[in-house]
Structure formats: structure tokens, C-alpha cells
Design a protein around this ligand. Structure first.
Ligand code: URA
Length: 234
């Protein structure tokens, strides 16, 4: 059980002071009963409403995950294990979802959150939040591939791509791809169109977030305060 003003403030929607004012004004209900005192205790999993509008009493959570291959970026899947199976039971019940998808065989940075508005902002196509990937192809990447990426490719299957970055790395067949969008199988499709199929793909960054090199595959940690504030200002 927690204080009601704290539960409301934990949602990130109101300050503690605003939450107290809402409660004192009789605008908050807990499981259908109007609350009157901010110090009242409630179960954070109870049903809360403000002015009759339901809100989740659950805390906003932001996790950085090093996604391994073999898991789908979804909250549920009828056939395959999802990235949520990597989390302990208590974190599977707070409404987390992956903010953006990686293919089942793609590894790397995945943000898991229950902050819908923030995820929506990050993923909105018009915001062009950059994502960087390490890629290995079957073949050799060269300047003509980088030029094609930079020019914005239109694929035979109709996919129109915004200009993308390709930095060729020393190890033959490897590079860093920067996309400002995230269409279905985009890197695989762009490189297949260049005749250089992707054999390995790992996301390294998303906007201001970089995959923490200390996170092993399958491991996760909460975002730091700095990471969260950088994300919020995207
Ligand atoms: N592009 C892809 O092809 N797959 C991913 O998972 C991400 C970007």
C-alpha cells in the first residue's frame, strides 16, 4: 500500500502538490470511491480515476534491453517467446511494451516502457529519430552502396526510403547504417536490393540512447535519469 498522492505523482502526470490538490478537491476515485485525503493509502494496482477518467496507478518504467536473437519484439505472441520473457514477473505486469520493433533475429538496443506518449513521440515518422545499426552482409560493402543509401533508395517492391547513412568499417562486409525511419525489414530490404544480404544486424543507438556496452545479451537495466531526460527532450 502507498500514499495516494505518491501513487498519482508516480504516474508522471502530476507533481505531488498537484496530486494533493486533486485529491482534496474530491476529483479522485479509488475503485469507484471518492478519496478525500492525500495521505490515504491505496494499492497501486487499484483502479484510479480523475474526474471520472480512468488512469493507471502504475509507475512509468523505462528499461534498456540488450535484445538477443530469437525473441519477438511484442508483448504477446501465440507461437514465439517475446522480449518480455526476459523480465522478472513483477515487471511483466506493469504494461511494458517495446518502443519500436527489432526483427526476431536482430540484436541490440530495445527500449521497453509503459509510457505510451513518450514511445509515440519517439516513433512518430515525422520526427525522424535516428537509429544506428551494426550490419554484416554476405558480400563486400563499398562506396556505391553508401552513395545509394545517401540518395534515398526506391526498392523494386515499392519501398521508398529516406536518405540513410552507411559508414563502411574495416572488416570486409561490415558497416554502420543510420536510418531516420524504421520500416518493416528496412535494412535487410535495402541491402538485399544491393545484392548483399544481411547476415547479422544489431541496433546500437536510438535517438540519444546508446546500447550500454556493459549489458550482456538478454540483460536489461532501468534508464538513468540523464538518459530519460535526453529521451524526453527528443
Ligand atoms: N532493419 C531490419 O531489416 N531489421 C531490423 O530489425 C531493424 C532494421
Amino acid at each position: 500500500m502507498e500514499r495516494l498522492d505518491k501513487i498519482l505523482a508516480n504516474t508522471g502526470r502530476w507533481s505531488r502538490k498537484e496530486a494533493r490538490a486533486l485529491i482534496r478537491a474530491g476529483r479522485v476515485t479509488v475503485d469507484g470511491t471518492t478519496a478525500s485525503a492525500p495521505e490515504e493509502k491505496a494499492d497501486p494496482a487499484a483502479r484510479f480515476a480523475v474526474d471520472g477518467e480512468p488512469i493507471s496507478g502504475e509507475k512509468l518504467v523505462y528499461l534498456m534491453l540488450h535484445k538477443p536473437a530469437g525473441l519477438v519484439s511484442a508483448t504477446e505472441d501465440p507461437r514465439q517467446p517475446t522480449v518480455l520473457t526476459l523480465l522478472p514477473e513483477h515487471l511483466r505486469r506493469v504494461g511494458l511494451f517495446p518502443a519500436g520493433r527489432l526483427d526476431r533475429d536482430t540484436e541490440g538496443l530495445l527500449l521497453l516502457t509503459n509510457d505510451g506518449p513518450l514511445a509515440h513521440r519517439l516513433l512518430a515518422p515525422r520526427r525522424h529519430v535516428d537509429k544506428t545499426y551494426f550490419v554484416r552482409v554476405d558480400g563486400v560493402l563499398d562506396a556505391s552502396d553508401a552513395a545509394a543509401f545517401a540518395g534515398g533508395m526506391t526498392l523494386a517492391d515499392g519501398l521508398v526510403c529516406l536518405p540513410a547513412g552507411l559508414e563502411i568499417l574495416e572488416e570486409p562486409g561490415t558497416g554502420l547504417v543510420t536510418l531516420q525511419e524504421g520500416k518493416y525489414h528496412q535494412i535487410k530490404r535495402m541491402l538485399a536490393a544491393r545484392g548483399k544480404p544481411v547476415v547479422y544486424l544489431k541496433r546500437l543507438t536510438m535517438g540519444p540512447l546508446s546500447l550500454d556496452p556493459a549489458l550482456e545479451k538478454g540483460a536489461w537495466r532501468p534508464l538513468t535519469a540523464e538518459e530519460l531526460s535526453a529521451l524526453r527532450s527528443v
